[in-house]
Design a protein around this ligand. Structure first.
Ligand SMILES: O=P(O)(O)OP(=O)(O)OP(=O)(O)OC[C@H]1O[C@@H](n2cnc3c(O)ncnc32)[C@H](O)[C@@H]1O
Ligand SMILES: [Mg+2]
Length: 203
C-alpha cells in the first residue's frame, strides 16, 4: 500500500485524512506518527495558501518525497472574517480549542442568529521536490451557535452548524461531517491529481 505523508500535528485532521484516503487505498502518515520528532513549523503566512505551502514544502524538502498539508480555519462574517488564518491560536498560546471557542462566542455575544453566518475554509497543498506546489480549496457554509454542543470532530466543530442542518458539526457522525466538510470539498478537487502524486511515491 502506498503511503502519503500529511504535514500535520493535528490529531483530528490526521484521523479525517486517514478515512478519506483509505477510500483510495492510500495509507496516510501524519507528523505525529513519525519516529523522529519534527520541530513545529512556524506558520508565518497571511493566507491559507501560504501556510499550507510552508508546511508541505518544509516536510517535502526534508524527506525528499511528495507531502500534503492542510491549512484551514473558520471565517465569521460578523467578525470581518476572523479568526481566519489565525484560527488555531486565536486565544493565544498554548493552542486550545476550548479557549478559541470561548473567545469567538464572547465576541459574538448579542449578535442575532441571522447575523452569525460563517464558513469553514480548507486549503490543501501538495509539495513535490523540484516541482511547483499545487493547491486545492474547499468551503463549508454555516452559522455559529450560542452554546457549544457535541463531542465529535475537533476545533470549532461544537459551535458550527452547517447550512441545512440543525446539529452542530460535533453532533454529526464523523461520516456525515466528512460528506459535507470544507476538507471533503478540497479533497474532491485534489482527486483528479491523485494518480500523478501517487506515481511519485515509492511502494
Ligand atoms: O497546522 P497543523 O499541524 O495541520 O494543525 P493546526 O491545528 O495548527 O491547523 P491549522 O494551522 O490549519 O489551523 C486550523 C484551525 O482551524 C480549526 N479547524 C480546521 N478544520 C476544522 C474542522 O474540520 N473542524 C473544526 N475546526 C477546524 C481548528 O481549530 C484548527 O486549529
Ligand atoms: Mg497549524
Amino acid at each position: 500500500m502506498k503511503q502519503l505523508i500529511i504535514a500535520t500535528k493535528n490529531q483530528g485532521k490526521a484521523k479525517e485524512f486517514n478515512v478519506f484516503f483509505g477510500q483510495f487505498h492510500i495509507n496516510t502518515i501524519s507528523l505525529l506518527d513519525l519516529s523522529e520528532t519534527i520541530p513545529d513549523i512556524e506558520e508565518t503566512g497571511t493566507t491559507f495558501e501560504e501556510n499550507a505551502a510552508i508546511k508541505a514544502e518544509t516536510i517535502a524538502n526534508r524527506m525528499r518525497i511528495p507531502v500534503l498539508a492542510d491549512d484551514s480555519g473558520l471565517m465569521i462574517d460578523a467578525l470581518d472574517g476572523r479568526p481566519g488564518v489565525y484560527s488555531a491560536r486565536y486565544a493565544g498560546e498554548p493552542k486550545s480549542d476550548e479557549a478559541n471557542i470561548m473567545k469567538v462566542l464572547g465576541e459574538l455575544e448579542g449578535i442575532p442568529a441571522e447575523q452569525r453566518h460563517a464558513r469553514f475554509v480548507c486549503v490543501l497543498a501538495i509539495a513535490i521536490p523540484e516541482q511547483e506546489t499545487t493547491y486545492y480549496k474547499g468551503f463549508c457554509e454555516g452559522s455559529i451557535v450560542v452554546q457549544p454542543r457535541g463531542t465529535h470532530g475537533f476545533g470549532y466543530d461544537p459551535v458550527f452548524i452547517p447550512d441545512g442542518y440543525t446539529k452542530t458539526m460535533a453532533e454529526l457522525a464523523p461520516a456525515e461531517k466528512n460528506n459535507i466538510s470544507h476538507r471533503k470539498n478540497a479533497i474532491s478537487r485534489l482527486e483528479k491529481d491523485l494518480p500523478y502524486v501517487m506515481e511519485q511515491l515509492a511502494d
